[in-house]
Design a protein around this ligand. Structure first.
Ligand SMILES: [Zn+2]
Length: 373
């Protein structure tokens, strides 16, 4: 079975949902703390004096998150690695060569899994200090805005606080910047980092297993809706490992002893991956290339699958669902919560229409922000 990052990306939900729950819990804690005593003339003083209570509550959420997330990450990485290995075992098993036997042998994987998992734990835990800082900042900013005009009455103060909270809720906890400089919301950032780490783990496991079976060449699929970054690699044969750069290699025929064949290679798999192939959401896959046997598959016919734009539209609608769920969590009263929840349902309706019209799979977990999971 060929490998592609999407073999394991769905496992990221187990991790990102923990962050969603924490984000939602923090928005609710800030909102509840600010709403309490809002009509008192001493509100601002009382709130600033209670900053320590909020900090303790945030620390508690983060401590629980740290424990849960490191366990979930360890499990998800181990599962992703296992899927990648199984994909290779299936692919090797289908070959009428001696490589199948080699593939069946167990490889020691604990070290590889530990290394990949601890890198991801480090990456996600690095967000925690920023979560604390940005939650306390929002709390202080709402107090400052709600008391900025000296003559604001209690009603106006309530409206101002609600408006400031709603702005915060739309964005959620923010300020996470990836390598390319793009800014993310907390949950989206963790999901992106986790999906890409799990995709890498599956691809790596597949490659490791092929290496153990003595497979030296792989071929990249020709995807119906290619991503621009991967176009140069489409249908190309790559060295599984080793030197970069295109060239012609003389290799032994896969089944005929002592017969050599020339194969044109476009580079190495690590080289192609470093240039973007097998990026998150990549539509391409990589499979075994057997010299003299594997025929390039030719361009795949576009499946009755939605276009790239339609899948991006679905991602957009999912982000709206999440944003309005955060807004509901930041509602100071029933009316605010009700109208935010109505928006949630409206966007969910649009996703249902889109998935029904295009056949795109509905990814309910991407819309969810509940604490029930
Ligand atoms: Zn791609």
């Amino acid at each position: 079975m060929p490998v592609s990052p999407d073999l394991a990306e769905d496992l990221a939900t187990a991790v990102s949902s923990l962050y969603e729950q924490a984000e939602l819990a923090l928005i609710e804690k800030v909102t509840r703390a600010l709403a309490e005593g809002l009509d008192s003339p001493l509100w601002a003083e009382l709130k600033l004096a209670a900053l320590g209570n909020l900090r303790a509550a945030v620390d508690e959420v983060l401590a629980a998150l740290q424990a849960d997330a490191s366990g979930a990450i360890g499990q998800a990485v181990a599962d992703a690695y296992e899927r990648g290995q199984q994909a290779a075992v299936v692919e090797l098993g289908a070959l009428a060569t001696g490589t199948a036997a080699a593939a069946a042998e167990a490889l020691p994987t604990a070290a590889a899994v530990d290394r990949l998992a601890s890198a991801l734990v480090g990456e996600t835990e690095a967000t925690h200090s920023r979560i604390l800082r940005s939650t306390l900042d929002v709390y202080r900013r709402v107090i400052a805005e709600a008391t900025s005009a000296p003559l604001l009455g209690a009603t106006t103060r309530r409206q101002t606080a609600q408006r400031a909270l709603a702005r915060f809720a739309v964005r959620g906890i923010t300020g996470f910047v990836d390598n390319s400089g793009r800014a993310w919301n907390l949950t989206s950032y963790v999901e992106m980092a986790t999906r890409s780490a799990l995709g890498r783990a599956a691809v790596q496991a597949h490659t490791d297993r092929l290496g153990a079976a003595g497979i030296e060449l792989v071929i990249v699929s020709d995807a119906p809706e290619e991503c621009p970054r991967c176009k140069p690699w489409e249908g190309k044969i790559l060295r599984r490992d080793g030197a970069s750069g295109a060239g012609t290699v003389e290799v032994e025929h896969a089944t005929e002893d002592e017969r050599m064949v020339s194969v044109r290679v476009a580079g190495s798999l690590p080289e192609a991956r470093s240039k973007g192939l097998m990026h998150p959401n990549c539509r391409h896959n990589v499979s075994i290339y057997l010299p003299g046997l594997t025929k390039p598959a030719g361009p795949k016919k576009a499946r009755s699958r939605a276009t790239y734009e339609q899948s991006q539209k679905q991602r957009y609608l999912e982000r709206q669902v999440r944003a309005w769920k955060r807004k509901a969590a930041a509602g100071m009263d029933d009316a605010a919560r009700r109208s935010a929840n109505a928006k949630v349902r409206a966007y969910q309706g649009r996703i249902r229409e889109l998935t029904a019209a295009t056949g795109l799979p509905r990814k309910s977990h991407r819309e969810q922000l509940t604490r029930s999971r």
